[in-house]
Design a protein around this ligand. Structure first.
Ligand code: NAP
Length: 286
């Protein structure tokens, strides 16, 4: 029986700490503010944005929601980003991805001020993570590191395998494990003999986007298994990239879906926004 790594429990604990931090900032005259920009009508994005609003309320962050129509032009969106970049009430600017097809994600992200880029997607922040000298960590990998710490297993010297190499999850995840002295293998759709590699993992992170992709015969007994996936099973029910029923009996620790990585991602966004707020209070921008 694996230890269940509950993102709900860990994120609540962190949110309680963050609430104290926003109160402390407020007592020193600094309100913390997050602006979230949603373009179009994507239903999953709407849910994510609502969760972010709710988390802001929970931890005492002022939040502003900017809902723009699907047909918003690049110029209009850039003008809004510019306005938020220059708004002192706002410490973090988040543009919900994916954007509608006619808008280029990277053009928009590259125009968010790096010191307000609380998603840590701007190339300046990506570069800082690479060299290990960062202000913000990307939210999902940062949340996963918290869950790995919760397992009680030290990353130092361990075989760590990440399935997936996206810019949002897989690549930064591999980098964070490397920063903690893991021996890291990053797998992707061209990887040969995947199960041979994953079976050697003391810590296995699945960020593939395929329902129940990781089976018991791909997992080393006792491993820490982190499931990033937000997929749908054959009945349309939310599930992860790991076949939980098969893997849980042999894993040492495992995250559930839902209630694992998901809640951590939003909480790390709150933490990044407070980090930005502290820096802005001290007068240091980019
Ligand atoms: P993505 O951009 O689609 O990347 C998927 C990765 O999986 C790619 O690197 C791909 O390899 C690799 N892959 C695909 N098929 C594979 C195979 N058969 N064998 C090995 N590797 C394979 O997805 P993502 O944005 O990283 O997200 C991954 C999952 O996490 C999704 O389910 C997403 O919804 C979820 N997610 C959850 C959260 C959260 O907060 N819980 C946050 C972000 C994402 P190639 O590079 O070769 O194509």
């Amino acid at each position: 029986m694996a230890k269940i790594l509950s993102g709900k429990t860990v994120s609540q604990r962190i949110k309680d700490e963050l609430k104290n931090e926003t109160a402390e900032l407020k007592s020193r005259g600094k309100t913390t503010g997050l602006a979230v920009v949603l373009v179009g009508d994507d239903s999953a994005s709407k849910v994510y944005v609502r969760n972010k609003e709710k988390a802001c309320e929970d931890v005492g962050i002022y939040s502003e929601m900017h809902k723009l129509p699907e047909e918003t032009t690049e110029r209009e969106l850039l003008d809004l980003v510019d306005k938020l970049n220059n708004d002192d009430k706002i410490d973090g600017v988040l543009v919900q991805l994916p954007l509608p097809a006619h808008l280029d994600d990277s053009v928009i992200i590259n125009n968010i001020r790096p010191d307000k880029d609380v998603d840590a997607f701007h190339p300046v922040n990506v570069g800082k993570i690479m060299i290990g000298d960062y202000d913000f960590l990307p939210c999902t990998p940062a949340g996963i590191m918290e869950l790995i710490h919760e397992s009680g297993v030290s990353v130092d010297g361990k075989n760590c395998v990440v399935i997936g190499r996206s810019n949002i999850v897989g690549k930064p995840m591999s980098m964070l494990l490397l920063h903690e002295n893991g021996t890291v293998t990053t797998c992707h759709s061209h990887t040969q003999d995947l199960a041979e590699i994953t079976k050697r993992a003391d810590i296995l992170v699945a960020a593939v986007g395929i329902a129940k992709f990781v089976k018991a015969d791909m997992v080393k007994p006792g491993a820490v298994v982190i499931d990033v996936g937000m997929d749908r099973d054959e009945n349309g029910k939310l599930c992860g990239d790991v076949d939980f029923d098969e893997v849980e009996p042999i894993a040492g620790a495992i995250t559930p879906v839902p209630g694992g990585v998901g809640p951590m991602t939003v909480t790390m966004l709150m933490r990044n926004t407070i980090t930005a707020s502290k820096k802005h209070m001290m007068g240091s921008g980019n």
